[in-house]
Design a protein around this ligand. Sequence first.
Ligand code: PLP
Length: 478
Amino acid sequence: MQIPAHGKSHQEVMAALDAFGADDLPWREGGTFAYVYEAGREVEALVKDAYMRFLTENALDPTVYPSLLRFENEIVAMAISHLRGDGDCVGNFTSGGTESCLLAVKAARDHARRVRGIAEPELVLPVTAHACFQKAAQYFDMPMRLVPVDPDSWKVRPEDMAKAINSNTALIVGSACQYAHGVIDPIPELGQLALDKGVLLHVDGCIGGFVLPYFRRLGVKVTDFDFAVPGVTSISMDFHKYAYAAKGASVVLYRSKELRRHQIFTAATWTGYSVINPTIQSTKSGGPLAACWALLNFLGDEGYLRFAERKLQATQAIAAMIRAHPDVRLMAEPESTLLAFTSDQFSIFPIVDAMRRRGWFVQPQLGYMGSKQNIHLSIDQSTLDVLDRFLPDLDAAIEEAKRSNSADLPAEMKAMLGAIEADNFTPEAYQQLMTAAGTADGLPEGTTAINAMLNAMKPEVAAKVMTEYFNDLYRPTA
Ligand SMILES: Cc1ncc(COP(=O)(O)O)c(C=O)c1O
């Protein structure tokens, strides 16, 4: 494909965009339980207006865009106060949770090298910490120790974290809450551990950090997880999740400027303009900053509290339905807006497609280190208005999964898949697998078979399959 020889009209181009979007996941009216957070048409319109107003401004250089610097400093100040930080706390606006966590790891690595003289700084992570920390370890070439968690509560045990810490440990991580099961790690104990061992502690509040202070005000018992906890040295919190900002909105916060210094990349050793990058991106649109600032001012604390109340009600209603259901069980009691459920009688993978046919998107999670295959739901305020359709549909989908045996792979096949070693997994074996799963060409029709197969493999092999799959999916249009 080449750049079209002749341009099209504005109208034609926009019509083409609409046509492209026809098969996308429909997210309005509470249909998706991952990826999208919905606060209604009025909020959507404001976010889009504010985004467009600053779309073209470049946050690369805050000295020539005082507007963007002001947005960022005000957003970060609001985030610090939301998380009970004091006047010494600082932070930056980033493109998302992954970037915030990558930066916290990078800052911790360089702090360990420069301040503590550690040549090879390491990372200690509960197995429930978001995969972006493993990405950080890989990108920044840091040894990483994965710590198993309690198989009933899915929270990490401080004594297990303590065992994994050594003289090279730069940073330990806890989540509030963790994504998979929606529970909060024992942050006060981890804070004490960090102080005792002289290491840094990052709290990943990407998904829970914004909502949890509201839940506390609504009477929910919330474990302390923020700057009120001694020993917490940095926190990440996303605005593009439960704060409804446009995608590309998160913050990484530090207890002091001393720590944040290690996040900043500066280069004066090349022939071009001086590069000073506090974050990973260099050139970046002012749109996400403006939209985030606009929304915080539009909804205000009161508006967010109202939304939090609706999220809480919806989460409690869904948790109650699952708790009472004879065929499925909650993996843990939800402490925020996320939950996971599984079944001890049948594979839950067919629920994903059964729900999709009914117009809902729910997320499968593969089994790993004792956490068996399950369905994850990120519950939103918009969910509350559709519960009367969602709950019966979920019930029907569970029934369908119970009757279906399509996810139950034959024992020989399971054994065969489980025996594959990552080292001898060839491209030919990958092609055979894709054919068997019915996904040889393009996007899969149904997800049940492929999830069952991935779940039967060693995690390193499943990761290789997924790498190959994406390596094929992104192919230039002929
Ligand atoms: C706890 C947690 N941390 C980090 C992330 C990564 O955030 P993002 O997808 O914005 O990069 C997520 C995403 O869901 C998350 O739930």
